[in-house]
Design a protein around this ligand. Sequence first.
Ligand code: HEC
Ligand code: HEC
Length: 285
Amino acid sequence: MRMRTAWKATLASAAGALALAAGAAAFVWSGWYDVAATRQHTQAVYDLLEQVMRHSIHARAGEEDWVAPASDARLRGLRLYEAHCLQCHGAPGVAPARFALGMTPLPVNLVHTARQWTPAQIHWVVSEGIKMTGMPAWRFRLAPHEIDEVVAFVATLPTLSPASYQALAASGPAGDAGTDGPTEPDAETWPVDRARGLTALQQYACTSCHAVPGAVGSQPAVGPPLHGLAQRKYLAGHLPNSPDNLVRWIRFPQRVAPRSAMPDLGVSERDARDMAAYLLGPAAD
Ligand code: HEC
Ligand code: HEC
């Protein structure tokens, strides 16, 4: 008797699981879900996503990660903000670029953020970006001191009226914001980090043209797959394969082969060395 009840319960839960899987499959394959950026999430889904993001950042942003830079950093931060952030987030009295108005989720006005978040939390977001929103990660594009400077500027946004923003923007030299890049002058002294290399391969859009071992993605075939690179005799057809030549190719393909479809992507020495170590290493077959 008891055996039969247990049997029935198992059958019922199996049928339930099957129905759930069938429902999920129907949801995916019917095209029922509308991915249009003009179609909002429901308020409940929006609130849920917002909470997931907030708690994720709260759990990861260490207060010690951000050190307030010197007081003149604010103007340098403003220049970086004008060059890299204003297009999406706007500034006091300044609208975002037209393309940003069509993004879902919409990039928030950072006055709101600076009132609620600590500089350390803003620092984490600017360094790492936010998945599924369009907020880029900046740590492969800005030097660490530049991230500190832009955060110092963002933290003061609530104190800036449109007039004081204009005055600050018009003061001092125009600056060459963002030309520093993530360069580390003493790249040779950094220990090679293969895990960082895989992140860098994704952060420099290598995965938009190449299938890269260990990287999740659509495995495009615009360039050759980068599996088993260590076994290759030549790179890109004629460059003898060595770690130094691979670094050179990754950084300056247009110098090595001016008619190659592979563009120079502004890869720093350190990042290229980490990528090369990953691609030539054992897990990359
Ligand atoms: C391509 C557009 C784009 C650019 C460029 C961009 N952001 Fe963002 N940013 C976003 C989007 C989208 C979000 C997510 C919107 C949200 O959180 O509601 C976001 C979120 C943020 C957040 C969290 C805000 C919050 O309250 O949720 C901060 C802080 C931020 N960005 C700072 C910056 C800084 C500083 C820069 C420049 C270095 C920058 N962003 C460049 C699109 C962009
Ligand atoms: C716009 C597409 C594109 C992007 C982005 C791109 N590549 Fe390439 N890559 C190519 C093409 C095309 C080739 C073949 C080049 C040739 O033979 O001239 C190539 C060749 C290579 C090769 C030589 C492979 C072989 O089998 O000899 C390596 C290594 C490589 N790319 C690494 C990278 C890395 C690392 C990045 C990111 C920093 C990157 N690529 C970004 C298109 C791209």
